[in-house]
Design a protein around this ligand. Structure first.
Ligand SMILES: CC(C)(COP(=O)(O)OP(=O)(O)OC[C@H]1O[C@@H](n2cnc3c(N)ncnc32)[C@H](O)[C@@H]1OP(=O)(O)O)[C@@H](O)C(=O)NCCC(=O)NCCS
Length: 218
């Protein structure tokens, strides 16, 4: 092992980061896109989600199914020839940090959103179906079918280097709004929220992690 490798590993031990881009979509400007003739989208119910958990085709855990019910997630599944090839999930507010890509070692950044928004927090398309606009079809279906009344904007976050997701959401009309980052430095959690968000409320809470409220940006 070279000393350079040792330094890199030491650095990772002391600094872990979950750096996300925050993007929003004005749903009135979103294209109604379904470019796959053989694809159909449907809302997911808890039985359908349990089946997906059993099949292990998607990263759906028992804890996720529990939270789907108790936190009232909305799920959309894309079907091709009777098979689910993609899923996405929306919620009205923050999701537990355990569902973050970064995992449970991060406390997560709780974002309180205005009532006319939904948070798109998890999207998965099966590898064989990627690059075929399945995600765009699910978003368009969700906009038409999520029963919240007066849905005006969708907020999403992704790892800042997730090129496939960024290509997908930019094509759908999402705009980059800023960055939300959590760093763990030698066991201490640090949070950074970039402008142009109006962070009008923030606190560091040992249990809940960092919480912010955003308003004028969406
Ligand atoms: C990110 C993801 C949801 C995009 O869904 P999608 O329906 O494939 O989206 P698109 O068809 O618009 O393709 C988006 C980009 O994926 C990339 N892509 C294309 N084919 C691909 C393939 N076979 N495998 C991987 N990525 C591919 C391309 O960069 C494409 O952009 P381009 O067409 O401008 O070149 C999907 O790649 C996925 O499930 N990834 C793993 C999970 C993930 O990262 N989720 C997002 C974080 S919550």
């Amino acid at each position: 092992m070279t000393s350079g490798n040792a330094m890199t590993r030491l650095g990772r031990f002391f600094v872990q980061s979950d750096i996300t881009r925050v993007l929003t979509l004005d749903v009135s400007k979103a294209p109604a896109e379904n470019t796959m003739a053989d694809l159909q989208c449907r809302l997911l119910d808890v039985d359908g989600l349990q089946q997906l958990r059993s099949s292990q085709a998607f990263s759906v855990t028992e804890a996720f199914v529990d939270d789907f019910v108790t936190q009232r997630f909305t799920g959309v599944a894309a079907h091709v020839d009777g098979r689910v090839v993609g899923v996405c999930f929306f919620v009205r507010n923050s999701v537990a940090a355990r569902h973050n890509r970064g995992g449970e070692q991060f406390k997560g950044i709780g974002i309180s959103l205005p009532p006319h928004t939904q948070y798109l927090f998890k999207v998965e398309v099966l590898p064989d179906f990627r690059g075929r606009r399945v995600h765009a079809a699910m978003t368009a279906f969700a906009i038409a079918n999520i029963d919240v009344g007066n849905l005006r904007a969708i907020v999403t976050t992704t790892h800042w280097r997730n090129k496939a997701y960024l290509a997908s959401v930019y094509r759908q009309g999402f705009s980059a709004r800023g960055m939300a980052s959590e760093l763990i430095v030698a066991g201490k959690h640090l949070f950074f929220i970039s402008p142009p968000f109006d962070v009008i409320e923030s606190e560091i809470d040992g249990e809940q992690g960092h919480r912010v409220r955003l308003h004028s940006a969406i």
